[in-house]
Design a protein around this ligand. Structure first.
Ligand code: IPM
Ligand code: MN
Length: 360
C-alpha cells in the first residue's frame, strides 16, 4: 500500500531523530511491501525563523492532505520570549485544532531492559509499569475563553476551563475502547471536589462507563493520582484526563520509565489522519542538536504508533516495537541513557541497529 506522510522535522534534535524514523519506515516498506512518500514541511521555531510564523499555511495544507503527520521536536530557548501566538508551541496547538485531533495517547511503559534505570525503588515497580494516558487534546483551558483585563486589584488574566458533555463523552469512549484491548481498567482523573467542570467530567464518565460493563472504572482526584502514580504505578492501565491535567500527569509518568527518550505519543481524531511525535515534544534539546548524540527512539516508536493508528498496519507496528526492545536488550544506548556495561552509539547508529533488526 501507499501512504503519504507529512514530515515536520522541527527544531533542535528533531531533524536528525526523524531521519532515523524514515530509515526504519523505509525498511518496513521493503519488508512488508509498502511505499511511504514523505513531504517535508516547516513548523515551530524553524518556521518562525524562515517565515516569521510558527505554522505557515502551506504546512497546514500539506498536513491536512496527508495520511499522517510525523513530527520530530518543537521549540527551544531561542524562541521562548516571543508572544504566545508567535511561539513555536502555537504550531502544535493550531495543528491539533485544525486537524481535529481531540485524543492524545501517551504510553508510559517500563521496558524490561531499562528496569535498572527506573528511579523508583524496585519493590514499588515489581508489577512493572504499563499505562497509557488518554488526554483530551482540544478543549479545556487550552482553548477556552482567555484574556487580560483591568480588574479592581490591577491587571488580571484568565483562561476558562469549560467542558461540554459531548467533548467528555467522546474522549471517555476512546479511553474505554482502548481499555477493552488492554487490562480493562480506566482511571479517570479530575478535581471534582472543587471544580464544576470536573463534576460534569466525572458524571459524564460515569454515564459512558455504563456502556462498558466489563471495564473497571476508578475516579480519583488529580492530586491523589499524582501521588499514586509514584507509589503504585502498576495499578494504572488506562488513565483518562482533561487537557491540562493530562499534560501534567503524562510528564510525571514519563519520568518513571527509565528513559524519557523512548516514549512516543499519538494525537488522533475522528478520521484516520493522526499526528505522531515524541512524548517530550518541547524538549528539543538545542545544545546537543546536530551532534549525532540524540536519542531517536521516541520518534521511531511514534512512527510505529502511526502505522498502527493511522494506517492500521498492526503487524508492521509490532515489528518496529520488537526491534526497539531487542536493540535495548542487546545493550545499545544513546548518550542520554548510557550506563555502565552498555554499548554507546550515536543517533544514526541507533537508527541503523533498529532497522537491521526489523523482520516479519
Ligand atoms: C505537550 C506540550 C504542549 C502542551 C505544549 C508544547 C503546547 O507540553 O504536548 O505536552 O502543553 O500540550
Ligand atoms: Mn506537556
Amino acid at each position: 500500500m501507499k501512504f503519504n506522510v507529512a514530515l515536520i522535522p522541527g527544531d533542535g534534535i528533531g531533524p536528525e531523530a526523524i531521519e532515523q524514523a524514515v530509515k526504519v519506515l523505509d525498511k518496513v516498506g521493503e519488508i512488508f511491501s509498502h511505499e511511504f512518500k514523505y513531504t517535508k514541511v516547516y513548523a515551530g521555531g524553524s518556521a518562525v525563523d524562515k517565515y516569521d510564523k510558527p505554522l505557515p499555511e502551506e504546512t497546514l495544507d500539506i498536513c491536512k492532505k496527508s495520511d499522517a503527520v510525523l513530527l520530530g521536536a518543537i521549540g527551544g530557548d531561542k524562541w521562548s520570549n516571543l508572544p504566545l501566538n508567535k511561539k513555536p508551541e502555537k504550531a502544535l496547538l493550531t495543528l491539533r485544532k485544525e486537524l481535529g485531533l481531540y485524543a492524545n495517547l501517551r504510553p508510559a511503559v517500563l521496558q524490561r531492559s531499562l528496569k535498572n534505570d527506573c528511579p523508583l525503588k524496585s519493590e514499588l515497580v515489581k508489577d512493572g509499569i504499563d499505562m497509557i494516558i488518554i488526554r483530551e487534546l482540544t478543549g479545556g483551558m487550552y482553548s477556552g475563553e482567555k484574556g487580560v483585563r483591568q480588574g479592581k486589584d490591577g491587571k488580571e488574566a484568565y483562561d476558562v476551563e469549560c467542558y461540554s458533555e459531548n467533548t467528555v463523552r467522546r474522549i471517555a469512549s476512546k479511553a474505554f475502547e482502548i481499555a477493552l484491548k488492554r487490562r480493562k481498567k480506566v482511571t479517570s482523573i479530575d478535581k471534582a471536589n472543587v471544580l464544576e467542570s470536573s463534576m460534569l467530567w466525572r458524571n459524564t464518565v460515569n454515564e459512558v462507563a455504563k456502556n462498558y460493563p466489563e471495564v473497571e472504572l476508578e475516579q480519583i482526584y488529580v492530586d491523589s493520582a499524582s501521588m499514586k502514580i509514584l507509589k503504585n504505578p502498576g495499578a494504572f492501565d488506562v488513565v483518562l484526563a482533561s487537557n491540562a491535567f493530562g499534560d501534567i500527569i503524562a510528564d510525571e509518568a514519563s519520568q518513571i520509565v527509565g528513559s524519557i527518550g523512548t516514549l512516543p505519543a499519538a494525537s488522533l481524531g475522528e478520521k484516520s489522519l493522526g499526528m505522531f511525535e515524541p512524548n517530550q515534544i518541547h524538549s528539543s534539546v538545542q545544545d546537543i542538536a546536530g551532534k549525532n548524540t540524540a536519542n531517536p527512539i521516541a520518534v521511531i516508536m511514534s512512527s510505529a504508533m502511526m502505522l498502527r493508528y493511522s494506517f492500521n498496519l498492526n503487524e508492521e507496528a509490532s515489528a518496529i516495537e520488537k526491534a526497539v526492545s531487542e536493540t535495548l536488550e542487546n545493550g545499545y544506548r544513546t548518550r542520554d541513557m548510557m550506563t555502565d556495561g552498555m554499548k554507546l552509539v550515536g543517533t544514526r547508529e541507533m537508527g541503523d541497529v533498529i532497522a537491521k533488526l526489523l523482520s516479519k
